[in-house]
Write a protein that binds this ligand. Sequence first.
Ligand code: ADP
Ligand code: MG
Length: 253
Amino acid sequence: MGKIISVANPKGGVGKTITSINLAAALAYLNQKVLLIDLDPKGDASKGLGIDTSGVEYNVYSILIQKQNIRNAILRTPYQNLDIIVGSTNMAGFDLECASVDNKNNILKENIEQIKDNYDYIIIDCPPSLTTLTQNAFASSNSVLIPMQCEFFSMEVISQLLNTILRVQRTMNNNLQIEGVLLTMCDFRTKIAISVQQEVRQIFKDKVYTFGIPRNIRLVESTYKGRPIIDYDVKCNSAKNYILLAKEVINNK
Ligand code: ADP
Ligand code: MG
């Protein structure tokens, strides 16, 4: 049965999308069957895999709002073992559109139930918010993987995220776990990266992966070119660390 992992942090620009793409691709590279769901209305995860979403007939909006069968929205990517459901800018109105829907936090879960046995992992790239869309992701998931940028630390943001996870555990999904905390954009020659790392380790203890993802222009280039880093430059440190992350995730199943 597939394990479902939300990649989430309400702060934007912390590496959620780059981690979703590259964790999904690294798991697929390690022979796991993977589905990536691009839940962010910006559609960056889809673009980061080189997909022009305007040419795709069915996307997350089609299944969550227009009630299309989820199977129709699954696309093969150019990468073996890696499928995707692409994002849609229409998802920006999701909160309003489903405001009066019964059980609105479980729409994604009911869809994923139908296909989760076809995958080893389903990775959900969450939007930078804790609204109904992210709650749908958390209600569907076994765990939440939290990317945290080494150059930014806010106790307020972390508290909001942890409170949402607790609320989802209490009300919708008591099995929801923290998969791990991944330090991103790390440059441990800087004081700020060292102190952020210390603070994060004090809060999350052994949930923090021992390695972080270094700040690396090759990663930025690879998303710009629409390719996962293991395809673009498999020898660079970030590719190695995303493979390490995938191995940790597999060991933790
Ligand atoms: P989020 O999804 O949390 O908003 P992204 O994954 O889109 O964050 O990353 C935000 C920006 O930071 C993007 O431009 C991305 O290319 C860049 N970025 C992310 N991780 C790294 C890294 N390890 N090294 C360099 N740039 C990075
Ligand atoms: Mg993103």
